[in-house]
Design a protein. Structure first.
Length: 255
């Protein structure tokens, strides 16, 4: 898929800036950079290479090896779809598997506030920890710890970072999501929308999503987006919530 969505360049800039700001340190390469954080060494979201539109596809495997050679995995994102397609062959020759994440922008009407409230990470730590074995059943405890605690680093990623949760009538957290915003640029990302397994199908995720969209619009963010795996069902649900595919980014992984 090749997209000419007008908001895509702004989204790419936002993603690049977020990854840089979140990182504990960065390593620069021609057309790409690596983000690294030893505090969360098991988190691919905190240790990877991010390539833009002017990276040399043949050089990307070497950049990734150089930056992540101290880790048991190699992981890279490529934002530009045309360049990503050119990267597939050299990355596969180097032993990488290729997958796609969709970038979906919200074009529907701004919903009413969904009733979720802003929470501190301390309130989410328990539910987030309990949720991860569902998505990564083979992950050992130290991996789960990094996947949970990395939310602390996300506070650095954008001008405004907010966590929202909706609760059951008994006061338990039922669903949550992150909202990252740069109001000056008018861009907002919604990330990690998750429902507790026992509360699936009860409308909680929709309430959190509505809240995040409402708050982003209230902050002046006219470009509102999220990412979703191309091969999984949630992107179809997002489509029913007013999102449309604006583009895609490639993910390359080797373990």
């Amino acid at each position: 898929m090749t997209s000419t969505a007008p908001e895509l360049p702004r989204i790419h800039r936002f993603l690049s800036d977020f990854h840089r700001r979140q990182a504990a340190r960065t390593v620069e390469f021609p057309g790409a950079f690596a983000v690294l954080d030893d505090a969360y060494r098991h988190s691919r979201g905190n240790n990877h290479v991010l390539a833009g539109g002017d990276v040399d596809p043949e050089a990307l495997p070497g950049y990734t090896e150089e930056a992540l050679g101290h880790l048991p995995y190699r992981f890279a994102y490529v934002l530009d779809e045309t360049v990503a397609a050119a990267c597939v062959a050299p990355m596969e020759r180097a032993g990488y598997q290729h997958a796609t994440s969709l970038i979906m922008a919200h074009h529907g009407p701004v919903p009413e506030h969904g009733g979720a409230r802003e929470v501190d990470f301390d309130e989410l730590r328990g539910p987030v920890t309990a949720s991860w074995p569902r998505f990564a059943p083979q992950a050992p405890p130290e991996h789960i710890r990094d996947l949970v605690e990395r939310r602390v680093a996300r506070r650095r990623g954008a001008e405004v970072v907010r966590f929202f949760a909706v609760h059951t009538p008994e006061g338990e957290v039922a669903a949550w999501a992150d909202l990252y915003m740069d109001p000056a640029e008018g861009v907002a990302q919604i990330e990690d929308l998750v429902t507790v397994e026992a509360h699936l199908g009860q409308g909680y995720a929709g309430r959190v999503l509505d809240t995040a969209l409402h708050e982003a619009a209230a902050a002046g963010c006219t470009t509102r987006f999220l990412t979703a795996f191309a091969g999984d069902w949630p992107h179809r649900w997002y489509g029913r919530k007013g999102f449309a595919i604006a583009g895609a980014m490639a993910r390359f992984e080797r373990v």
